[in-house]
Write a protein that binds this ligand. Structure first.
Ligand SMILES: Cc1cc2nc3c(=O)[nH]c(=O)nc-3n(C[C@H](O)[C@H](O)[C@H](O)COP(=O)(O)OP(=O)(O)OC[C@H]3O[C@@H](n4cnc5c(N)ncnc54)[C@H](O)[C@@H]3O)c2cc1C
Length: 320
C-alpha cells in the first residue's frame, strides 16, 4: 500500500485547523485510500470526511470553494482509483440522512408505478433489497453492483441491458456554491456510464438524492430475478478478488473484454495487478498491487489493444 508521506499537501496547516474546528462529523487525515476502494490500492487522500446532513454538506462545499481547496464527493469506492501520488485535497462521502429511502414525493405517479426517493449515500444493494421486499420492480439489474446510489446515478450504472438512468425521474444536486437544485429528467444529459445536468454551470455538482420510477410487482418474483442475475454474474466474473468491475468502457458496437481477450492479454500482469483469466475486462489486485501497478497495466492493455485493433479503450474507472 502507498505511503501517506508520498502525498502532495494542498491544504495549509491553518486550513486544516479551521476544517477540524468547524467539522463535527467523522474526519480523517492522510488516509490510505486502498482501504476505501474495492481495488484495495491507492495513494493517500489528504482528508476524508463523512457528511451526514444537507446543510453541513452545503456549508462544507462553500468553505472548500472559498478556500480554493480541491475536493470531490466519492461513493463506496467501487469505481475509482486514487493515484500513488495521492489526492491533494478533501474527499467527501455521504452518510446519515443521505442513506434514507422513502416512497412518494413528486413523480409521474402513472398507474402501476411508484416513485421512490433515495439518498445518494444509500448502498445500491440496500435499495435493491428494499425494492424487492416492497414489491417494486425495475432495479433488479443492479443486484450485485456494489457502491452507492450517488455513484450509480452519476456513473449511470447498468448491466444486462438496464441502466439506472432509465428509471430516473429527477435528481437533486448541490452545486459548487453550495446551492441545491432539483433537476427533472428532461434537464439531465444521460448517456453510457454518465449522467449530468444539461446546464454546464452545474458541472461537477454533487448528487444528493434521486427520484426513481419503479413498477409495482410481486416481491417473490423480483427477488427471484435478483438471485438469478447474481448467479449469472458469479458465473461470468471473478469473485472474491479486489477489482473495480469492468475496467474499460465498451467501445460502440464491441466489448472491451472481447477485444482484450482477442489481443491475447488475459493473464497479463504488472506487479500485483493482473488481467483476470476469467473475464478479460477485469483488472484484479492479486494482493500486493499498488495504484502504479494498476495504471501501468491499464496503459499496457490500452496500448496493445490499440495496436491489435485500432481501438483505444477508455477507462470506466475514474482515476483521481
Ligand atoms: C465487482 C464489481 C462489479 C461491478 N459491476 C458493475 C456493473 O455491472 N455495472 C456498472 O455500471 N458498474 C459496475 N461496477 C462499478 C461500480 O460498482 C459502479 O460504477 C458504482 O455505481 C459506483 O458507485 P460508488 O458509490 O462505488 O462510486 P465511486 O467509485 O466511489 O465513485 C465513482 C464516480 O462517481 C462519483 N460520485 C460518487 N458519488 C457521487 C455523488 N454523490 N455525486 C457526484 N458524483 C459522485 C465519484 O466522484 C467518481 O467519479 C462494478 C464494480 C465492482 C467492484
Amino acid at each position: 500500500m502507498e505511503q501517506v508521506s508520498a502525498a502532495r499537501k494542498a491544504m495549509s496547516m491553518e486550513q486544516r485547523q479551521q476544517l477540524a474546528s468547524f467539522w463535527n462529523g467523522p474526519l480523517q487525515w492522510d488516509v490510505a485510500m486502498g482501504a476505501h476502494c474495492t481495488l484495495r490500492a491507492g495513494g493517500p487522500a489528504e482528508a476524508l470526511l463523512v457528511a451526514s446532513t444537507l446543510p453541513e454538506l452545503c456549508r462544507l462545499i462553500g468553505w472548500l470553494e472559498g478556500q480554493a481547496i480541491r475536493w470531490r464527493v466519492i461513493g463506496r469506492g467501487s469505481n475509482i482509483l486514487v493515484g500513488s501520488q495521492g489526492f491533494a485535497g478533501v474527499l467527501i462521502t455521504l452518510g446519515g440522512e443521505f442513506c434514507d429511502i422513502r416512497r412518494g414525493g413528486s413523480g409521474s405517479a402513472q398507474p402501476g408505478m411508484e416513485t421512490v426517493r433515495v439518498g445518494a449515500g444509500c448502498f445500491a444493494g440496500k435499495l435493491v433489497g428494499w425494492c424487492a421486499r416492497n414489491g417494486l420492480a425495475g432495479l433488479e439489474f443492479m443486484a450485485g453492483i456494489p457502491g452507492s446510489i450517488g455513484g450509480a446515478v452519476s456513473m449511470n450504472a447498468g448491466a444486462w441491458g438496464g441502466e439506472i438512468g432509465a428509471l430516473v425521474e429527477a435528481v437533486t444536486f448541490v452545486d459548487r456554491h453550495g446551492q441545491v437544485h432539483e433537476m427533472a429528467r428532461q434537464e439531465l444529459a444521460i448517456s453510457y456510464r454518465r449522467l449530468r445536468p444539461l446546464d454546464s454551470e452545474l458541472c461537477g455538482a454533487v448528487v444528493v438524492e434521486a427520484a426513481l420510477a419503479l413498477k409495482q410487482g410481486d416481491p417473490q418474483e423480483i427477488l427471484d430475478r435478483c438471485r438469478d442475475l447474481i448467479a449469472r454474474r458469479r458465473a461470468k466474473q471473478p469473485s472474491g478478488v479486489a477489482s473495480a468491475g469492468s475496467f474499460f468502457k465498451n467501445p460502440p458496437g464491441d466489448s472491451a473484454g472481447r477485444l482484450i481477450e482477442a489481443a491475447g492479454l488475459k493473464g497479463l500482469q504488472r506487479g500485483g495487478a493482473l488481467v483476470s483469466t476469467k473475464h478479460a475486462n477485469f483488472i484484479v489486485n492479486t494482493g500486493s498491487a499498488t495504484a502504479a501497478d494498476i495504471t501501468e497495466l491499464m496503459r499496457e492493455v490500452q496500448d496493445r489493444v490499440y495496436r491489435f485493433s485500432g481501438i483505444l479503450l477508455e477507462p470506466e474507472v475514474h482515476l483521481l
